[in-house]
Design a binder for this molecule. Structure first.
Ligand SMILES: *Cc1c(COP(=O)(O)O)cnc(C)c1O
Length: 412
């Protein structure tokens, strides 16, 4: 959805320079079509297999993004009460919400039960007993899956790998059967499925298929034990091409392979993609402030920083950076850095880039997922604006923060 036309970078049919001028920088821009195409690629590839695509809200929780997915019929995977609040505000259907996360508080569990969410992806026995007693108090029955840890290596960055035995997530698949059996004595919870999520930014999805195989084996055992388990939730994790040279796995290839594995099991299949839906759909626009040369390096100092996009600093992540006006000829190797007082504050290091000048605009690509949601006010920098493009139109979906916003709720 992002392409050059007559030497200018467009999102759908909008010149990104118009957005930068109108909304200012730094500014996140998302393509409606890109988000909906990716969501539909998942939904369509399941065909007539009973399924629910639960968009992982933590990847990008803008109300406008949630609202467009809700209208498309999406379910939602949430990890906090705040995300539940957002999904409901955006018009999401509670009956399509699943609640994941290793540390749900009693207050969050109560809110979820009162809202009538579909399912808890439960990560410990302690949590299950809190859900049970809260459900008892409210006079409802809570449906749950155990999030099992299948001990499969997702082969991704260690911070976003979650399916190994020594990770904090889930319950070891080897003890899950006993936990389900013990939970039968809890009167207000009902086992409904098994879930897993082995990690994120997975470029070779065979570990997800391997995990699916293990989880299906467990489900057969549980059904033989007489538990009413009718769905499998395989989490999210499909990777995207951050580098031009990367080959991202195809969404429909992945789902087709998954169907081949589990299509005969007569289960509802749930999936929780985040990054692969919104990641490629967003860019972060930033303006060049200064150029600077040290004996060892050239620096391009821009007005977006690690507080706007922390992925390079946190995961050494690569994001392609494109000038809004295509340039022929000279390029240089430079660090592209922000104004924050940290050496870790960079968007790219030793990157070949066009010979841009102060005032020029850049787009940091594939920033739609884990971008704005991880933004902070570090260095008392107001968080930037967010814009949604649809066809020839664009609109502000989140205003740039003001200095007043920075001190909201504070007292001297
Ligand atoms: C983060 C997360 C997801 C989404 O992962 P992506 O890599 O963004 O697709 C799905 N499920 C759970 C439980 C998660 O924690």
């Amino acid at each position: 959805m992002f392409h050059y036309k007559d030497g200018r970078l467009f999102c759908e049919k909008v010149d990104l320079e118009d957005i930068a001028e109108g909304a200012g920088t730094p500014c996140y821009v998302y393509s409606t079509q890109s988000i909906l195409d990716a969501w539909r690629a998942y939904d369509d590839a399941f065909g007539d297999l009973p399924h629910l695509v639960c968009y992982a809200v933590k990847a990008n929780s803008s109300l406008a993004v949630l609202a467009m997915l809700a209208r498309a019929g999406s379910g939602f995977d949430i990890v906090s009460g705040g995300e539940l609040f957002r999904v409901l505000k955006a018009g999401g259907d509670p009956a399509r919400i699943v609640f994941s996360g290793v540390g749900k508080t009693p207050a969050e569990i109560e809110l979820a039960l009162r809202s009538g969410i579909r399912n808890f992806n439960c990560e410990s026995e302690g949590e299950l007993s809190v859900i049970d007693s809260m459900a008892g108090r409210l006079g409802v029955t809570a449906r749950y899956s155990l999030r099992v840890n299948p001990d499969v290596d997702a082969v991704t960055h260690p911070y976003i790998s979650t399916g190994l035995r020594d990770h904090k997530f889930g319950i070891d698949i080897g003890v899950a059967r006993e936990v389900y059996a013990r939970a039968r004595s809890l009167r207000n919870v009902q086992a409904s499925g098994v879930s897993c999520h082995i990690g994120s930014q997975i470029l070779d999805y065979s570990p997800i298929l391997e995990a699916a195989g293990k989880v299906l084996g467990l489900i057969e055992t549980l059904q033989a034990d007489g538990l009413p388990v009718d769905h499998v939730d395989l989490g999210g994790g499909l990777g995207i091409a951050y580098e031009a040279a990367d080959q991202a796995p195809g969404i429909s290839d992945f789902i087709t392979d998954l169907r081949d594995r589990i299509g005969r099991a007569r289960l509802t299949v749930m999936i929780e993609p985040g990054r692969s839906i919104v990641g490629p759909a967003g860019v972060l626009l930033t303006r060049v402030l200064y150029r600077k040369k040290s004996p060892a390096k050239e620096f391009i100092i821009v007005d977006a920083a690690m507080n706007d996009l922390i992925r390079p600093a946190l995961y050494k992540a690569h994001h392609e950076i494109m000038p809004l006006r295509q340039r022929e000829g000279d390029s240089l190797i430079a660090d592209i850095v922000g104004p924050v007082c940290e050496t870790g504050d960079f968007l790219a290091r030793d990157r070949e880039i066009a010979d841009v000048k102060p005032g020029d605009l850049l787009a940091v690509c594939s920033a739609g997922a884990y971008g704005f949601v991880q933004a902070s006010n570090y260095n008392s920098r107001p968080r930037g604006a967010e814009v949604l493009v649809e066809g020839v139109a664009w609109r502000l979906i989140r205003a740039r923060e003001t200095y007043e916003d920075l001190i909201n709720g504070e007292t001297v």
